[in-house]
Design a protein. Structure first.
Length: 259
């Protein structure tokens, strides 16, 4: 299981949300508190952010080394300012290669997409059934070999006929149905953004769900919303309920609905 982070609000330096908090994403890479099926996140990391003043395609920075070993990141994070960023540290599912093509966040146009969780024995269970459901464009979009990327390829397939807030739940339900017979474990905490809103879901077909918390208008981050696999610091963090979808709108209104 991996650790995820997202922020939407007034522009800030990346280091303020990525590195400086006491239990930052950097700390969660080597000392996570709530991971249930792994010990640490040493199989790479990725960041995605949007320009704080112009409407542009998102920027991506990825590495296959542990986040604590990247000597460029502290300098980059002091320089870059953004009002929307997502971050991810990876604990690779056994059998899925540690390579840049498998690092998140994934991107398509203005979309940034992240997934924490897994499909059990993906290559031998659901990869082919899922690929058979992909549109031609979504199939061509896949560059790596992870269950996470195939999940989002299915989201992109549904996105051709429905909005993002419907496409993600539809993909989760479809995979859940595929995993029902014969049964294989499927768990997913997802975060997607277009730069002006966040959409997060928690879903699983068994008892273990990757954690996800949210926080709005903390004194340290006024007029901002943070999503994180684990709380970054002491505060009024709320747990996103299991089997639910959380949406943060551009005005920072937060709505939670059952999947």
């Amino acid at each position: 299981m991996c650790r995820l982070l997202a922020y939407l609000g007034p522009p800030l330096a990346l280091e303020q949300i990525l590195i400086k908090p006491p239990h930052s994403l950097l700390v969660q890479s080597y000392a996570p508190r709530e991971m249930q099926e792994a010990l640490l996140n040493a199989d790479g990391f990725g960041l995605g952010w949007y320009h704080s003043q112009r409407m542009e395609l998102p920027y991506i920075y990825k590495n296959t080394c542990p986040i604590w070993n990247d000597v460029n990141l502290p300098h980059l994070s002091r320089y870059v300012e953004t009002g929307c960023v997502v971050g991810y540290v990876r604990s690779a599912t056994p059998g899925l290669a540690v390579e840049l093509g498998n690092c998140q966040p994934f991107t398509k146009g203005h979309l940034l997409l992240m997934h924490n969780g897994y499909i059990d024995q993906f290559r031998h269970t659901l990869r082919r059934p899922m690929r058979n459901l992909l549109s031609e464009k979504a199939d061509e979009w896949v560059k790596g070999s992870t269950d996470s990327e195939y999940l989002y390829a299915l989201v992109l397939t549904y996105l051709e006929t429905m909005p993002l807030e419907a496409a993600i739940p539809q993909a989760l339900h479809t995979i859940g149905a595929l995993a029902a017979e014969p049964f294989c474990k499927f768990t997913a905490t997802t975060i997607a953004t277009t730069g002006d809103r966040l959409i997060a879901c928690r879903y699983a077909n068994f008892k273990i769900l990757p954690s996800l918390y949210w926080l709005r208008d903390d004194p340290q981050y006024p007029d901002g919303v943070i999503l994180a696999s684990e709380p970054l610091f002491e505060g009024n963090w709320q747990c996103c309920p299991p089997q639910s979808c959380l949406i943060v709108e551009p005005d920072l209104d937060v709505t939670i609905t059952p999947l």
